[in-house]
Design a protein around this ligand. Structure first.
Ligand SMILES: Cc1cc2nc3c(=O)[nH]c(=O)nc-3n(C[C@H](O)[C@H](O)[C@H](O)COP(=O)(O)OP(=O)(O)OC[C@H]3O[C@@H](n4cnc5c(N)ncnc54)[C@H](O)[C@@H]3O)c2cc1C
Length: 498
């Protein structure tokens, strides 16, 4: 196999929203940078997740880049929550508009990244990769930025016998590029997280029979999605700066009125009214309706009860409604946002199968088997999510100082400094890495924040002609107020202190 060696200032892995913006920033610093991407195009999440019903659950006017005023003014969204297709078009537009593709290499997977500090001149990280044709190559770079995504390694739960299934089997996170038509088909969908609920609603409109296998019921709030009315989008654009700064102040990065009163400050009927108002508005601001929903068990219970009542109101069959009611603490997991998910269970063709007590025993040639019963289907959809947060990083053989393997460092769970850097791995940055707010926030805001910090940090090093930066072990255990101190004082080692 031919091998090539290149020397760069920075190498970025991944061409999703994080990798694209990182490249834009590093280009502006004048650094020789390359983005390596395993897919054949940009977009990351929105390149891979092409399942029916896929769309964002944060309003597109906010789930979009804010770094370019011109970009946010010129791009037109067609509806409040854009579909996967439209978000992917947006990603492609950004790549073209800022001329990013010239520094991108597609269809290439990074397989290993090794740091060596005795080799300063030739670069600190040696990154190996393999393209679709099986050709391997190596790039050396001083800085390595992992923009590999928190939700980008599909979790294909190991169901015994799955290879015996006679029909097609799809995973929502690596959906085929051609449209799959389920019309007249009997379909089983496994998983009721964000992807599962979106796919369920869409597939139910086509399938002759749909079995939805649910282990854990989730809290789901309505999206209230709709096309923009004439002039509505322009009105938002006219005050875009205010919207963005409101979003930055909110805990989850979604613009909303910041409420400082706890639920207990209101009478039950006032509370009900406030819940109903946010419910009708739609979306993730529901979680911010009172200040203490995530701090006080009694307040939390009032939100959980409100949602459970709405489920019983919508779903006709009381047994199905009961199964759909979550019994967990409200808001501990990211809320799901739906369009007509609960109503879907009023269709005669849709059946909810509870797999909490009796899991899926196996999958046979005819379909899933639960508690001895075979569910006969023509197609199987795995909405089983991702090896979240650490999945993609652990799949790469990453070795830091003195050959320390990232998988060994994280054997008892990931430790990072603010989700940005890892002690023992100089000049390695992670965008929205483990320990950062990431999926509990509007991720485009979190991505921009991390990218701005990383590029600011590299710029600072360049100005001081410093070659290395590394998080300290103690910085990894900081939390709360300490975090602000870290950012203020930049408690990192640079080469000057080595
Ligand atoms: C279906 C779905 C809907 C979502 N909706 C929302 C939403 O509404 N709001 C929100 O805030 N967040 C949402 N998210 C989270 C979403 O992942 C982020 O918003 C955002 O798109 C992440 O961007 P990223 O660039 O960090 O990662 P990704 O988009 O995941 O991109 C990472 C890229 O790295 C590439 N890569 C990984 N490993 C390698 C390797 N070894 N070599 C080469 N390339 C590699 C991958 O192929 C991928 O293209 C959603 C996630 C999913 C799955």
């Amino acid at each position: 196999m031919p091998r090539s060696h290149q020397q760069l200032d920075a190498l970025v892995v991944g061409a999703g929203f994080a990798g694209m913006y990182m490249l834009y920033r590093l280009n502006r610093l004048g650094l020789a940078t390359r983005v390596i991407e395993k897919a054949s195009g940009v977009g990351g999440t929105w390149f891979w997740n092409r399942y029916p019903g896929a769309r964002c659950d944060i309003e597109s006017m906010q789930y979009s880049y804010s770094f370019s005023h011109q970009l946010e003014q010129e791009w037109e969204w067609s509806e409040r929550y854009a579909s996967q297709k439209e978000i992917l078009e947006y990603a492609n537009h950004v790549a073209d508009r800022f001329d990013l593709r010239k520094d991108m290499q597609f269809d290439t997977e990074v397989t290993s990244a090794h740091y060596s500090h005795c080799d300063e001149d030739r670069g600190s990280w040696t990154v190996s990769m393999e393209n679709k044709q099986g050709c391997t190559s190596t790039i050396r770079a001083r800085f390595l930025v992992m923009a590999t995504g928190c939700l980008s390694a599909p979790n294909t739960a190991a169901f015994s016998g799955i290879e015996d299934f006679a029909g097609p089997c799809y995973h929502t996170g690596s959906w085929p590029h051609q449209e799959i038509d389920f019309t007249g088909k009997r379909v089983a969908i496994i998983g009721t997280g964000s992807s599962g609920i979106q796919a369920t609603t869409a597939i139910a409109r086509q399938a002759s029979q749909l079995f939805v296998f649910q282990r854990t019921a989730n809290y789901i709030v309505p999206a209230n999605n709709q096309p923009f009315r004439p002039g509505e989008q322009q009105q938002i654009k006219d005050a875009y700066g205010d919207l963005r700064s409101l979003a930055r102040k909110a805990r989850n990065g979604v613009a909303q009125e910041i409420v400082t009163d706890p639920a207990s400050a209101f009478t039950p009927s006032q509370r009900e009214q406030r819940y109903q108002q946010r419910w009708d508005d739609g979306g993730l601001t529901f979680i911010g309706v009172f200040s203490d929903l995530l701090l006080d068990a009694e307040s939390n219970q009032t939100a959980a009860d409100f949602i459970r009542e709405r489920i019983h109101e919508v779903v006709h069959d009381p047994e199905t409604a009961k199964m759909l009611c979550p019994d967990s603490t409200f808001g501990c997991k990211r809320l799901c946002v739906d369009s007509d998910y609960y109503d879907t269970f009023n269709r005669d063709s849709v059946t909810l199968v509870n797999i909490k007590e009796h899991g899926i025993e196996k999958i046979c040639s005819r379909g899933p088997v639960v508690n001895g019963k075979v569910y006969d289907v023509d197609a199987l959809v795995l909405a089983t999510g991702f090896d979240a947060m650490t999945g993609t990083l652990k799949q790469i053989d990453i070795r830091g100082r003195d050959g320390l393997k990232l998988v060994d460092k994280w054997i008892d769970g990931p430790t990072t400094c603010l989700g940005l850097m890892v002690a023992g791995f100089p000049n390695l940055f992670t965008i929205t890495g483990p320990g950062s707010p990431s999926v509990l926030s509007n991720m485009l805001g979190s991505i921009e924040f991390h990218v701005d910090w990383i590029s600011g940090c590299i710029e600072h090093l360049e100005k001081r002609e410093a070659n290395r930066i590394e998080a300290t072990e103690s910085a990894e255990s900081l939390w709360g107020k300490e975090v602000e101190r870290v950012v203020d004082q930049t408690v990192y080692r640079t080469c000057e202190s080595w």
